[in-house]
Write a protein that binds this ligand. Structure first.
Ligand code: NAD
Length: 370
């Protein structure tokens, strides 16, 4: 199993290093290869996604990605900005389905801005379509002002567009994911106002005929935004378009207290994927051993489950994370009175130690049985 490791910028290198240690502590034969991406690649090669990095990602069975970006690149032309690397990887690898679980760990219920009873036991999955919608539709642009410059231009426009196969494939992915969980799917749209999302809704209803065991309901995006803070546990799986998914998945992330806890996966049609934490490169805390590595470690667990067919290893990582939280260890972003504040590396140490102690306990069990 070959994994392309793309740490990126800012805290990316720190958190990916911890996820690699965790992967190394499993008894799996994993081949890893590193490449530069984002601002780091721009500095070295003049492009955020150099051909060699893309090739490595294309040849691998899965990609583990840290984060990219820094304010210092904000003045670069758009095509050279670090964030373009993610868009390029999604496009070139055909990654169209973004999975963002929002799980509220029992020990962290107080970290949410909502009342503990609203989020205790929360476990929802947001599936966002990644390749269509207003982010990619053509035409788009800005009409030049009479003097030919963009400053003072009278109009700008983007096009919201979805093609039938794009909606069909994300609907299939969502129904299949719901089938493996609570068998409830909410399709979020804005069909009351937008033609594109009436089309979306019609197609989701058509695809539903193939999944009669999954209960489907539809919700307008404004209502979904409200329900996510009113009664988040009422959802199981949410499927939605690129822009609504972008916004709702960040909203759901905050229900759980810290963006530092949330993994994500972006999958292609064959299950190959790119795995990354939901947060960015956090330049404000980079290089200070302050970043929470758990979102990246949990992304590595998702990688084992969805792309590398190692569900038992994924379970082991998730159990080790639970154990570390139960022991009261917290990075600064999730720290509260009465818990022990640790840094990025120490959190990695603790997860590796929890894996090792679980292995020893298993070995003892095996020996006892034998
Ligand atoms: P961010 O997610 O990097 O940070 C937002 C806030 O959350 C900051 O206060 C940060 O310190 C904190 N934070 C984020 N991850 C954390 C972690 N693991 N542990 C503890 N605290 C954490 O978002 P931003 O500040 O808006 O963006 C910073 C840079 O990241 C920008 O250049 C942006 O474009 C880029 N970005 C990249 C990605 C990506 O690589 N997928 C995603 C979002 C933003």
């Amino acid at each position: 199993m070959k994994i392309a490791i793309l740490p990126g910028d800012g805290i990316g290198t720190e958190i990916v290093a911890q996820a690699e240690r965790v992967l190394g502590a499993l008894d799996l034969r994993l081949e890893t290869e590193h490449a530069l991406v984002g601002g780091a690649a721009y500095e070295a090669h003049g492009h955020p996604l150099p051909p060699a990095t893309l090739k490595l990602a294309q040849d691998a069975d899965a990609v583990l990605f840290g984060a990219v970006g820094d304010w210092k690149y904000d003045t670069l032309e758009r095509a050279l900005r670090p964030e373009q690397a993610i868009l390029g990887l999604r496009k070139n690898l055909g990654l169209f389905a973004n999975f963002r679980p929002a799980i509220c760990y029992e020990q962290l219920t107080h970290a949410s801005s909502l009342k503990p009873e609203l989020v205790a036991g929360l476990d929802i999955l947001i599936i966002r379509e990644l390749t269509g919608d207003i982010y990619f539709g053509q035409p788009r642009g800005r009409r030049a002002s009479p003097d030919g410059a963009f400053k003072g231009s009278p109009e700008a426009f983007d096009t919201m567009r979805y093609a039938r196969p794009e909606i069909e494939r994300i609907a299939h992915v969502a129904f299949q994911a719901a089938r493996k969980r609570g068998k409830r799917l909410t399709s979020v749209d804005k069909a009351n106002v937008l033609e594109t999302f009436q089309f979306w809704k019609d197609i989701v209803i058509e695809v539903h005929a193939q999944y009669p065991d999954v209960a489907l309901d539809h919700m307008y995006v404004d209502n979904a935004a409200m329900q996510l803070v009113r009664a988040p546990k009422s959802f199981d799986v949410i499927v939605t378009g690129n822009m609504f998914g972008d916004i709702l998945s960040d909203e759901a992330a905050m229900l759980t207290g810290s963006i530092g806890m949330l993994p994500s996966a972006s999958l292609d049609a064959a299950g190959k994927g790119l795995y990354e934490p939901s947060h960015g490169s956090a330049p404000d805390i980079a290089g200070k051993n302050l970043a929470n590595p758990l979102a990246t470690i949990l992304s590595a667990a998702m990688m084992l489950r969805y792309s590398l067919n190692q569900p038992a290893a994924a379970d082991r990582i998730e159990a080790a994370v639970q154990q570390v939280l139960a022991a009261g260890l917290r990075t600064a972003d999730i720290w509260s009175e009465g818990t022990a504040k640790v840094g990025t590396v120490e959190m990695g140490d603790a997860v590796v130690a929890a894996l090792a102690s679980a292995s020893t306990a298993n070995a003892k069990t095996t020996m006892t049985k034998g």
